[in-house]
Write a protein that binds this ligand. Structure first.
Ligand SMILES: NC(=O)C1=CN([C@@H]2O[C@H](COP(=O)(O)OP(=O)(O)OC[C@H]3O[C@@H](n4cnc5c(N)ncnc54)[C@H](O)[C@@H]3O)[C@@H](O)[C@H]2O)[C@@H](O)CC1
Ligand SMILES: Nc1ncnc2c1ncn2[C@@H]1O[C@H](COP(=O)(O)OP(=O)(O)O)[C@@H](O)[C@H]1O
Ligand SMILES: [Mg+2]
Length: 273
């Protein structure tokens, strides 16, 4: 098993080249946030912007429009149920689907539209409700470069492994049957990439608060848009998310997602130097 360390993240997060523009750092589309879980999409999008993504759009329930614009004017917005969703998916380089999407009929229709529109060159991060929908509706895996970010119950749904049976060996076996990178989140997150297992060395119980996973999706998306190859970008994102939470937790009982997001640019600057 390999360890995810700061040294590794440092090798991925490099200073920005001078001859660049916003299009150099990824065009991210976040698909999520129904009328109840708008915050999840806002946290994912905020994390993407603060982790350096070039352009971020959010396809969400229109009820979230004002909240998103007020919290994050850097992001663009579209109605997830409108025909523009398909075009937005085609134009993105990285798509996040699932944070706060919900699991009702509308959510399923949105997810199917996204899966049908992606192509093999695009990166897609599948999280939260989208994982639950894939498992419960036995959806075909989409043709894209996939990163799955299940928590333990979502991993149970996707892999069929009950929580108590989720040993590293069993999870690795199950991960091998699913295309893409699996970020199996828990108090001890493991990442499965091809034959390799990576163990996160950062993070702690201050992260046990709603929205921590939504935040991780935005960081992975931003890194996928900025750094290659995808496996290194995703691994570095997992470490950075937890490390920044540890830094916040030095002076705070809980590492709220909004606090972690705010600290990202400072930590990334230090890491890149
Ligand atoms: N502010 C917001 O809008 C938030 C929206 N969220 C969204 O809500 C949707 C449902 O996500 P949930 O994860 O709550 O729902 P799930 O339907 O996946 O529920 C998980 C259930 O399993 C239980 N559980 C036991 N062990 C667990 C473990 N190790 N990790 C996680 N759950 C464990 C929980 O108590 C819960 O009852 C997702 O789309 C998610 O993105 C959440 O991220 C919370 C914050
Ligand atoms: N006790 C803990 N120790 C370390 N990391 C934790 C702990 N509790 C939660 N986390 C991290 O917080 C995140 C929670 O993700 P998730 O359950 O999907 O949250 P949400 O859906 O509410 O955003 C994961 O990255 C997980 O590893
Ligand atoms: Mg989650």
């Amino acid at each position: 098993m390999k360890q995810l360390t700061e040294q590794f993240a440092q090798s991925v997060v490099r200073p920005r080249a001078r001859d660049t523009y916003k299009g150099s750092f990824g065009k991210i589309l976040i698909v999520g946030g129904n009328a109840h879980f708008g915050g999840a999409a806002i946290m994912s999008a905020s994390a993407a912007v603060y982790a350096g993504a070039g352009l971020v759009s959010v396809a969400t329930d229109p009820v979230n429009r004002h909240a998103l614009h007020a919290r994050l004017p850097e992001a663009m917005i579209l109605d997830a149920t409108a025909p523009e969703l398909e075009t937005a998916v085609r134009q993105a380089t990285v798509i996040v689907v699932g944070p706060g999407l919900g699991t009702d009929g509308t959510a399923l229709t949105i997810l199917k539209t996204v899966f049908a529109a992606v192509n093999a060159k695009q990166v897609m991060i599948i999280d939260g409700s989208a994982i639950t929908l894939v498992a419960s509706h036995h959806l075909d895996y989409p043709q894209a470069q996939l990163v799955w970010t299940p928590h333990q119950i979502e991993w149970q749904r996707l892999s069929g492994l009950p929580l108590a049976a989720q040993t590293i060996e069993a999870s690795q076996k199950a991960a091998a049957k699913i295309p893409g990178i699996i970020v199996a989140k828990s108090s001890q997150t493991h990442v499965f990439v091809d034959e390799d297992v990576y163990e996160n060395t950062a993070g702690g119980p201050a992260m046990a608060t709603g929205g921590s996973g939504d935040t991780l999706t935005g960081i992975i998306a931003a890194f996928a848009g900025q750094f290659q190859p995808l496996d290194k970008a995703a691994l570095a994102a997992v470490f950075v998310h937890s490390r920044v939470a540890d830094i916040v937790a030095m002076n705070s009982y809980v590492a709220l997602p909004t606090m972690v997001i705010r600290e990202l640019p400072t930590y990334l600057k230090q890491l890149s130097e």
